[in-house]
Design a protein around this ligand. Structure first.
Ligand SMILES: [Zn+2]
Ligand SMILES: [Zn+2]
Length: 75
């Protein structure tokens, strides 16, 4: 009822938040992680999108940050 049902079984994945990339699910010892200011996900250097002096997990978050989600419909 209006709740996000995102209970994906993660039995294989017992990593703490902040210890792996939530975008590509890569987990390495001492890997450098960044935190997205929009969705607050952690992501690795490979997934990082550097834009406007900030680091985002992807283009959609960067767009939302800078243009308030007025993304249009261009794919
Ligand atoms: Zn990644
Ligand atoms: Zn994000």
């Amino acid at each position: 009822m209006g709740l996000w049902d995102d209970e994906i079984p993660k039995e294989k994945f017992q990593k703490e938040k902040g210890e792996y990339c939530e975008i590509c699910n890569r987990a390495e010892k001492w890997m450098e992680l960044f935190k997205c200011p929009m969705c607050h996900k952690y992501f690795c250097e490979k997934c990082r999108l550097h834009m406007g002096g900030k680091d985002f997990c992807g283009e959609h978050c960067a767009n939302e940050f800078f243009w308030g989600g007025e993304d249009g419909e261009d794919e």
